[in-house]
Design a protein around this ligand. Sequence first.
Ligand SMILES: Nc1ncnc2c1ncn2[C@@H]1O[C@H](COP(=O)(O)OP(=O)(O)OP(=O)(O)O)[C@@H](O)[C@H]1O
Ligand SMILES: [Mn+2]
Length: 312
Amino acid sequence: MKSKYGGSMDKIESIVKHGFSLAREIGDVLLVFTETGRTYKVLKKYLNKECGKNEGKNLKVVVTTPNEDTYSYLKNEKEIIPILLKYRNKYKSAMIKQAMIKLFENSLVKERDTVVAILGTPRASGNIDTISLIEVSSNDFLLRFYRFINSLESIKRLVVSEVLDIAMELSIEGKEGKPVGAMFVVGDSEKVLKMSSQLILNPFKGHDAIIFDKRVRGTIKELAGIDGAFIIGDRGEVISAGRYLEPLSCTLNLPLGLGARHYTAAAISKHTEAVAITVSDSGGIVRIFKDGEMVVEIDPNRLDRECFIPCI
Ligand SMILES: Nc1ncnc2c1ncn2[C@@H]1O[C@H](COP(=O)(O)OP(=O)(O)OP(=O)(O)O)[C@@H](O)[C@H]1O
Ligand SMILES: [Mn+2]
């Protein structure tokens, strides 16, 4: 039977059925990707069926979508954990990476966990064609990100996750169709401010702006590309933009080819408790610096071989 979205229903049905039974057999988390919610509706039959019940197996079922309407529908569904993806990727591995980052940020996955993902070609709704096995501990990128995000105390983790979302959106969307660079310095702001000075009048002065506010998010994206860094407090307060960082000089062990933005980000993270997140304006790669090290490097869209996730 052809579904109105193109993929044949029987194919989708059997992928969901086998993905679910695989997850029950060897997985800790079942991660289902859906645009319209239809794949979830196929899964729901197995979740509710007597034999499908995950008795004695606390299998977490996460359903993720980039579609706000689908997300509001999923939020009312029992037995699943809905996650909203902030943007649509071009590649399956990038889509899985985005979802895995969300799972880490929400403490839904532990280091030794196995995740079974059911997905299709991104941006082609209804075309479920892949079951993927993700072992956090055997994937270098995922393991590094997992350990980084778990090294942060809970509030800071929320703030860093929000800033990382903004950085990833800037990387994907750019500004007026061109790549845009940015640097965000999160936490230990008193010390960071002492090690920096305003390049321009501070647009956030006196505004009590908070990073979780959608209007502030929009303002930051509008201002992205100006010289200097955004300074964000431990609780998400946006303290300044256009800030020139002058950290003490230090020897850093960074990959070759990075310039002043990245060196300064690493240096400020070495001399303070701050985490620095950069978006490169040549290529859009997002990098995270902590304790003077580049701990994570993410290219939200390129098919990143090194962390290509094996798909069945
Ligand atoms: N010390 C600093 N403090 C704040 N911002 C800085 C500092 N150094 C550089 N930047 C910002 O980084 C931008 C890019 O500088 P540069 O090209 O040297 O860095 P980069 O590491 O090569 O980054 P990109 O990959 O984006 O080109 C500068 O225009 C400036 O806005
Ligand atoms: Mn440069």
